[in-house]
Every structure is written in C-alpha cells, then in structure tokens.
Design a protein around this ligand. Structure first.
Ligand SMILES: Nc1nc2c(ncn2[C@@H]2O[C@H](COP(=O)(O)OP(=O)(O)OP(=O)(O)O)[C@@H](O)[C@H]2O)c(=O)[nH]1
Ligand SMILES: [Zn+2]
Length: 368
C-alpha cells in the first residue's frame, strides 16, 4: 500500500504555531456584521442600538461570542453583530467584535473589586455633577473626576445643581484657574420643596446645548440631582423606554451604566448615566499625562530633569522658576497651584491602590 497523499484537510489541521489564524468558518458571517452601540449590559445580555439615527433604528439584544468572554464590553462601545439582528422579540444576535475605542473611563479598584475596570467607552465629555448644597460640594470628588477626564482625554464639564439652595460661587472659586466650563442648574419657580424639583428651563437648555452631538457621561454622588437632570434632558420614548421593556428592569435597579438619548439632540447625542461609579481608576495616571492637560504649563517642564514628577523645586522641578518668570502669564502661579493639587489627587490614588494590594500596582506617579 502506498502512503496516503496529502490533501487540503491535512494542511489545515497542521498546528499553527502562532495560533493567530482566525477560525475560517466565522469569517464569511462576520462580513455581514452590522454595527451596534451598547446601551446597557445586564447579566450577559447586551442591549444595543443598530442603524442608529436612521429610519431603521432598532434595539437588538445580543450575547457575546466565546472568544470575547474575557473582554469588558461597556455602554458606549461600538460592536459588530451577526446572526439575527432583526431586533424582533425573543431574538438574540451574536456580538463578535468590539470596534476600536476613542476613549475609556475606568472606575477605581475598591473593597469589593481590586481591579480597575472600564465602565464607559467612547465618551467625549465627562459631566461632573455636584450640588451647591444638600449634599455639600466636595473638591476631593471633583478633583479626582477632573484627573480621570484629563487622563482619558475626555473633556470635563462641571454641572453645579441646587443653586437655589446656596450660592455656588465660593465652591466654583476652587476651579477659577482651570479651563473648566461650568453650567449652573437650579429648581425653577416652584422651588422650596425638594420633592419633584422642576428645574429652571434656562439652565436645562444651557446644559442641553453642551450635550448636543456628543457622548457625555454623567457622574455624581447620590442625591446631587443627577436623575432629575437626566429626566429633564432625556426623551423617555426612545432608547430608555425600550430598554426597560426588553430588560424588564428600571433604570435604578441596575448598578451598571446606561446610555440614554438626549431629547431633540443631533445624531450621536447620548447621555450615559453611571449609578455604579463612586470613584475613578487613577493609579496609572502619571505626572506628565496630567501636565498635558495644562498646555500653558507644559513648555516649562522642558528643562526638568528626566523623570521629574513635577512636585517641588527641591527635587529639581523647573516649573516653579519658569512660572515665577512669567512663562505661563499672569495666571501661571495659580495654574501651577491647581496642577499641584490635582497631582496630589493622583498620588493618593496610587497609594490607595497599593494599600489594596493590587498586583503590580505602580508606584506613586511614575513618569510615563
Ligand atoms: N432645591 C433643589 N432640589 C433639587 C434640585 N435638583 C434635584 N433636587 C432634589 O434633590 C433630590 C435628589 O435628586 P435626585 O435627582 O434623585 O438625585 P440623584 O443624584 O439622582 O440621586 P440618586 O438617585 O441617589 O443617585 C430630589 O428630592 C430632587 O427633587 C435643585 O436644583 N434644587
Ligand atoms: Zn518638573
């Protein structure tokens, strides 16, 4: 008997040393993939919007393909869907790929979870919501949120609520030297009682204009008036209502983030509400990354020693001298003070991360 001949199937089963060849049977299918935007995630079911902002826009529920089982898929993500993408009741599409993300926002490690995790993808703007009173505003929270935004390349916006209860000016003075847009919101004429605060329409319109055409993440402590804002800004008839129908859950019963349509917004206007996030993952933020958000100060660091952490002239940091010589203009000293305050926030985060004993936690603010 002669030895058998090689054929194509033999070639195919030879082990691929690098193991990178995609499974051929998946490929033709993936060519037909449609793009969905993740709206929310609940127990392994991904609620997406397909054909966004077209007449065919629909909600499609998907389960992820096996090969994605270790990957975080979060609200704001754009994903490829195959299989039944009709969106009809009781159908399930298959999520086969996550598209490249423009930005990611991470929440911090905490007692229940020692790992920083991505919570929102592709956001353009981080809306930091804080109240002028009840609860009292805190710079610590706002500072940490600012560092997270600067690090992620997401534009921050400070939204101060409940201005009918207290003058927001003293708190805002803390941020006077940051290039930080501010929107002030208050209860309208029916103010006084905290229940069912009807917000001042002008304030809402000012905020709405800021959100128009962008993907914005709202973040804030409990009770600052975040839901009141979202209700005033959202169009409950669109994605929100449908999501509640398909997941059978109300917005506040889930701790995962949820993308909601901005009412009367341009295409691509989303508000991402984040009931679960109390703090941000900042352990990886370096002094140089943060400095990039202060482009008026950045040239002053050119003469700094290599690896400078920009903390103090005692360590050779050149920023102080440069600012004193007017390098960053009249606001330079105040800007440097603001930068140093935020730098402290980052360092604290790195230390906290270490205390939690996370594997390979970086030291305090390594430079790059
Ligand atoms: N006086 C006044 N009260 C407000 C204003 N905005 C919201 N409130 C009230 O503040 C309380 C808390 O508002 P929510 O919108 O539930 O706050 P939240 O940030 O969503 O809080 P959680 O749902 O716990 O996350 C409610 O009783 C609102 O009616 C405001 O501008 N002025
Ligand atoms: Zn320096």
């Amino acid at each position: 008997m002669s030895g058998r001949e090689w054929d194509e199937s033999d070639v195919r089963i030879r082990p691929n040393k690098r193991g990178t060849r995609p499974r051929t049977k998946d490929r033709p299918e993936h060519r037909d993939a449609v793009v969905g935007r993740i709206v929310t995630v609940d127990r392994g079911r991904y609620t997406t919007v397909v054909d966004e902002d077209t007449a065919d826009e629909r909600v499609v529920i998907a389960a992820r393909a096996r090969e994605l089982r270790r990957t975080a898929i979060v609200p704001g993500d754009e994903v490829d869907l195959v299989g039944d993408v009709s969106g009809t009741a009781d159908t399930l599409a298959r999520l086969v790929r996550i598209r490249d993300r423009r930005t990611v926002l991470r929440r911090s490690a905490d007692d229940t979870d020692p790992v920083e995790r991505v919570v929102v993808a592709n956001a353009d703007q981080l809306v930091i919501v804080t109240a002028a009173a009840r609860p009292e505003p805190r710079t610590g929270f706002v500072d940490r949120a600012l560092v997270a935004a600067y690090d992620a390349g997401i534009a921050p916006l400070l939204c101060l609520t409940k201005a009918d209860l207290a003058d927001p000016a003293p708190f805002l003075a803390n941020y006077a030297h940051l290039d930080l847009p501010v929107v002030i919101s208050r209860a309208g004429s029916a103010a006084g009682e905290e229940d069912d605060a009807a917000l001042d329409p002008e304030a809402i319109e000012a905020l709405r204009r800021r959100l128009d055409g962008r993907i914005s993440v709202l973040i804030g402590h409990s009770g600052v008036g975040k839901s009141t804002l979202v209700n005033a800004l959202s169009d409950a008839g669109r994605a929100t209502g449908t999501v509640n129908d398909v997941t059978g859950r109300g917005r506040h019963t889930s701790s995962s983030a949820l993308a909601i349509r901005l009412a009367d917004g341009a295409a691509g206007s989303w508000i991402i509400d984040t009931p679960g996030i109390r703090s941000f993952g900042l352990a990886h933020v370096s002094a140089d990354t943060l400095l990039r958000a202060f482009d008026d100060l950045e040239p002053g660091a050119e003469q700094c020693p290599r690896g400078c952490e920009h903390r103090s002239p005692d360590d050779g940091c050149e920023l102080d001298g440069w600012v004193a010589d007017g390098g960053a203009g009249p606001a330079g000293p105040a800007r440097l003070a603001s930068f140093r305050r935020l730098l402290g926030v980052g360092a604290d985060a790195a230390a906290a991360q270490k205390e939690l004993g996370a594997a390979e936690a970086p030291g305090p603010l390594p430079s790059r």
